[in-house]
Design a protein around this ligand. Structure first.
Ligand code: ZN
Length: 559
């Protein structure tokens, strides 16, 4: 037990280690009011250091001098991940810090433990105060997350110099810098044929082939050069930050199914992606390039409004043919793992990967079974997330989950820990999460509540006669989950009870109980909870998919 802490930094004061010490100081102060200082004596000493003895990003926590604790990283980010483990396993009394007793060595098994912020639709990442998101990025790093991707969504803007584009860019710059400061590889996603809202109409893809229709056909050299110029302009504006990650996407909007581009995934897409990758490599030597195969053999087919010369599986097959050996401009292939499409099953069966490249997965943690996404609070999925990982582990470099907001914070921790250790038990991660955020005394009950909230999560919206109902597919347990969390709440210290992580979990259980007891029609307690979620998400301007369904939101939608 200590009422003051001294932090000893290693010689050289590497910026990431200094940042790790500052984050430690902030988190401890917020939880128990104990001050941790580098320049004052303390009842306990926390010694930070770098000792390159384990794999990249690993750490060791051991007893230190003066009855203290030593956190040694194999590199600077490893110090930060060790601090994360130490924080999560420590305890916080009123004015007292009780150092965690976990000792040992931990080394990540996967290199890529990422997160992608979908910053659009006026969701959290689009609208929250920048400093709040910066802090959130630092908190994610404590779980070992070491890659951060964002998107500069060109179709929103009338060119790069549109004032709105520049405002948005300064937000992204803050996120990317924050990630860099905690040792992340940060970078941009682009569509291989992305276009601004004012892209030349004569160069655009046929309207039927893409979502927004402002993208350019890359088989037209003038169009392809224009996309290259736009992307280079964007990348050069970020040289002071230093990007380490560049991923090129075939869809969601985007793609071209004209006869010269088709099959897009194996032809037009690759012809467009290669020059972009080379530009990225030129502007940022050492940048890692990911080629996404997301929605291959599915997207254009689903969206085609007129007949396309489509053969099942030809995008993935074509890419296998196109890359018999590893291309020099790529580092990874991104695969998604959704069921119901042919090639993920084939990949898991025959294991053939284009160019024999290492794989990165793109787990979905935001949108399953609940619409609006996060609209009912937290969506913990400790059972589902491990089950969906059917990619051959031997070729897996890691994963970059898709995130729409903070409501899936627990899922981010679960996947970060899977990417750290393949055999990690997700209940164990939830327990560590709950112990840190709410206290060890309630951790087991939060694990139980998270398990139930996953069972009751799936719901569908039914609108009839001016009344909207949100019908839970499996309502059993909704009362129990809320009873558990009500009891837990009465035991929480103020810092935990008031935290957004607690509120989104608690409100989820409250909303579900009220829905079940009111024939799935939102009542006054639901309305109050939706409004609070709206404030927590900064979703006041959000489109329906990212807005908790308050009466005002439902009314707007009906009109
Ligand atoms: Zn085309």
């Amino acid at each position: 037990m200590a009422r003051t802490i001294r932090i000893r930094l290693p010689a050289g004061e590497h910026p990431i280690v200094v940042r790790a010490a500052e984050i430690f100081r902030r988190e401890v102060r917020a939880r128990c009011g104990v001050e941790a200082a580098t320049d004052a004596p303390g009842e306990m000493t926390l010694t930070l250091g770098v000792r390159p003895e384990t794999g990249s990003g690993g750490f060791r926590i051991e007893d230190g001098p003066d009855a203290g604790v030593r956190v040694l990283g194999s590199d600077e980010p490893g110090v930060l991940y060790g601090i994360g483990k130490f924080l999560r396993t420590s305890r916080y009394g009123c004015g007292e810090f009780i150092a965690g007793s976990w000792r040992g060595v931990s080394v990540p098994e996967r290199d890529v433990r990422g997160i992608y912020f979908a910053s659009h639709f006026h969701n959290y990442y689009h609208e929250a105060p920048v400093q709040e998101v910066v802090r959130y990025i630092e908190e994610l790093a404590l779980w070992g997350i070491n890659h951060l991707g964002v998107w500069f969504d060109m179709h929103h803007f009338q060119g790069f110099h549109d004032p709105q584009a520049q405002r948005f860019l300064s937000r992204l710059r803050a996120y990317l810098s924050a990630g860099r400061n905690v040792g992340m590889r940060v970078g941009l996603g682009v569509l291989a044929n992305e276009g601004y809202a004012d892209s030349p109409a004569s160069l655009r893809i046929p309207r039927t082939h893409g979502a927004y229709g402002v993208e350019l056909c890359p088989s037209e050299p003038v169009g392809r050069d224009l996309v290259c110029r736009w992307v280079e302009e964007l990348l050069r504006s970020l040289t002071d930050i230093g990007l380490g990650l560049f991923w090129v996407w075939p869809y969601d909007q985007g793609g071209c199914a004209c006869p010269r581009c088709w099959p897009w995934g194996a032809k037009g897409f690759i012809d467009a992606a290669q020059p972009l990758a080379r530009i990225a490599r030129r502007v940022f030597p050492g940048i890692r390039v990911i080629l996404s195969t997301w929605y291959f053999d599915y997207y254009i087919l689903r969206n085609a409004k007129e007949g396309l010369p489509y053969r099942p599986g030809e995008e993935w097959d074509g890419l296998l043919d196109r890359f018999p050996v590893r291309p020099d401009w790529l580092d990874y292939i991104l695969v998604d793992e959704e069921e119901g499409r042919s090639w993920p099953r084939r990949l898991s069966r025959d294991g053939r990967v284009p160019g024999h490249l290492p794989l990165i997965t793109f787990p979905e943690i935001s949108m399953r079974g609940m619409h609006p996404w996060g609209g009912f609070g937290a969506n913990p999925q400790p059972r589902h997330l491990p089950l969906r990982r059917n990619t051959p582990a031997v070729r897996l470099a890691g994963g970059i989950p898709y995130s729409e907001g903070i409501f899936e914070d627990m899922n981010k921790a679960i996947l970060a820990q899977f990417h750290w250790r393949d055999q990690q038990d997700s209940d164990e991660t939830v327990r560590e999460y709950a112990s840190y955020e709410f206290g060890p005394a309630v951790a087991d009950r939060v694990v139980e509540a998270a398990r139930i909230l996953e069972q009751t999560m799936i719901r569908s919206e039914k609108a009839e006669g001016g009344v909207t109902r949100f019908v839970l597919q499996h309502p059993a347990g909704a009362f129990e989950a809320h009873a558990i969390l009500q009891q837990v709440e009465s035991e929480l210290p103020a810092w935990a009870r008031q935290s957004w992580r607690w509120r989104i979990l608690y409100l989820r259980s409250l909303i579900d109980r009220e829905l079940v007891s009111n024939d799935f029609i939102p009542n006054d307690p639901c309305e109050e909870a939706f409004q609070e979620l709206n404030r927590l998400y900064h979703a006041e301007k959000g489109i329906y998919s990212v807005s908790p369904p308050t009466r005002a939101v439902l009314e707007r939608r009906r009109r």
